[in-house]
Design a protein around this ligand. Structure first.
Ligand code: NAP
Length: 457
């Protein structure tokens, strides 16, 4: 099939959006709202949309998940089609999409985790936080994982909001978990566990922590866990003190942490301990995690510099929560260091730094794994504006494939796409299962269940 340049008014622009998380939906929304509106086919590896809103946001944060209503409105607009259970590389490749669409926007997120690079990191009992998060959220690829929650102490490495999510989820009581959409297996495992102490290990000081104040405050409001902070670890060097002047989040975090440090523990069954200026140097154990060895750091211009002081913290599980990392897709440029597609505002660049016509990216695969859900709206809108500018200025190759060419291709490749009505059937079933229990939904967590529910629609 030949690509040719057509005037914009010939027919609506046809764009494929790969990935159905916030960045994908915001990109789709901006395309569908353009004048004249573009047509959008959204491709997603899972049978379900919404990315981290469904499978990353903590189950006890239902308000954050309400953004999915905005995504539902976008999906209801004329010109939108959803193709779940379609995997790039397996069912379609970039070369196919380039032939079938005028433009392709990759919004595939950052699908793996960063590593610590220390001895013992691969011992049984050492996990990435992303694995635990995917497990309790019902991701169908993670339900076979077995976290041994019979241990007394767990260490969580990192001081971001994901670290707080993991600490909090593991500290929730059965009552707190009961009204969430966490999987039944995870609720049973967490509520019935022997966990006593959950320790966060931040390599820098409290003024440099990546978590945000509302999320930190919640750690002091847990029904079944005390929050423990050592006042001595909240002492600031002059550079950190100066940071508080211009950094509202850091200033508020310090206020909250000092209030935590002043508390008398209530003797709750569990406790969450927040440690600062400590870095794991090794994960220790004979065949499984038994302890983590940490070095105390001092800050030099806000960088963590190790001292000679070491400490061994006994623990049976370690979760590293030190950020996500993007993964490369076949035939698309990728920068291994940043885990992103090299791009200029969302235009994907080739090795010479030139934009590749028709190829765009949005969200974490564009800017790295930072920001809150809403950050992706501005990010995706910027990408779409550039795509539309390229269309206006004749820089977008326009496909002469018919609108249903993707369907034909998927049939030819033996794929079993889940269309939006299929997802709506899954959604309705999950909600109906949750309703009598006062839960937003009871998720279907296996590929078989999801595909069966989608095809029974
Ligand atoms: P993050 O915010 O980037 O935090 C990563 C943490 O890991 C930082 O404290 C970082 O410390 C630490 N770290 C990195 N490398 C390390 C190493 N080698 N050793 C020890 N510590 C290391 O990442 P995240 O927690 O995965 O969150 C990703 C994004 O999602 C963030 O923008 C976050 O706000 C967002 N999110 C939001 C919510 C919410 O709004 N409720 C919930 C979850 C996630 P340094 O600062 O020293 O590098």
């Amino acid at each position: 099939m030949r690509l040719r340049l057509l005037p914009l008014s010939d027919r609506p622009l046809r764009v494929a959006v790969v990935g159905s998380g916030p960045a994908g939906f915001y990109a789709a929304g901006a395309l569908l709202a353009s004048d004249p509106p573009a047509e959008v086919d959204m491709l997603e590896r899972l049978p379900t949309p919404w990315g981290l809103v469904r499978l990353g946001v903590a189950p006890d944060h239902p308000k954050l998940k309400e953004v999915s209503r905005a995504f539902e409105k976008i999906a209801a607009r004329p010109g939108f089609r959803f193709f779940g259970n379609v995997e790039l590389g397996r069912d379609a490749r970039q070369a196919d999409l380039a032939e079938l669409y005028d433009g392709v926007v990759y919004a595939v997120g950052a699908q793996t985790d960063r590593r610590l690079g220390i001895p013992g990191e691969d011992l049984p009992g050492s996990w990435s936080a992303t694995e635990l998060v995917a497990w309790y959220n019902g991701h169908p690829d993670y339900q076979h994982l077995e976290f041994d929650l019979s241990v007394e102490r767990v260490a969580v490495v990192g001081a971001g909001n994901v670290a707080l999510d993991v600490l909090r989820m593991l500290a929730l009581t059965r009552e707190e978990l009961a009204s969430t959409d966490a999987t039944d297996a995870s609720i049973e495992a967490i509520a019935g566990s022997d966990l006593e102490e959950l320790v966060m290990l931040a390599r820098r000081g409290p003024a440099q922590a990546a978590f945000t104040t509302p999320e930190l405050k919640e750690m002091g409001e847990l029904a079944g866990a005390d929050i423990l902070v050592d006042l001595a670890e909240l002492e600031l060097d002059p550079v950190s003190e100066a940071r508080l002047e211009g950094d509202t989040n850091a200033r508020r975090n310090l206020e909250v942490l000092r209030e935590f440090a002043a508390r008398e523990p209530a003797g709750s069954p569990r406790s969450v301990r927040l440690r600062f200026c400590v870095s794991p140097v090794a994960i220790l154990g004979d065949g499984r995690v038994e302890a983590v060895e940490v070095v105390r750091n001092r800050l030099v211009d806000e960088r963590a510099v190790p001292t000679d002081e070491r400490e061994t913290i006994g623990c049976g599980l370690v979760f590293r929560s030190v950020g996500y990392h993007g993964v490369p897709l076949p035939d698309i440029p990728f920068d291994e260091d940043t885990g992103t597609m090299p791009n200029d505002g969302g235009r994907v660049l080739d090795e010479a730094g030139e934009p590749i016509p028709g190829l765009y990216c949005a969200g974490w695969i564009k800017r790295g794994p930072t920001g809150v859900i809403g950050t992706n709206k501005k990010d995706a809108t910027e990408t779409v504006e550039l795509l539309l500018e390229d269309a206006r200025t004749g820089k977008l190759p326009r496909s002469d494939a018919p609108a249903d060419a993707l369907v034909d291709l998927l049939v030819e490749r033996g794929a079993r796409p889940v269309i939006y009505a299929g997802w709506e059937a899954i959604d309705a079933l999950e909600r109906s299962r949750g309703e009598p229990l006062g839960r937003p939904r009871v998720k279907l967590c296996s590929w078989d269940e999801l595909l069966a529910a989608a095809t029974e629609s």
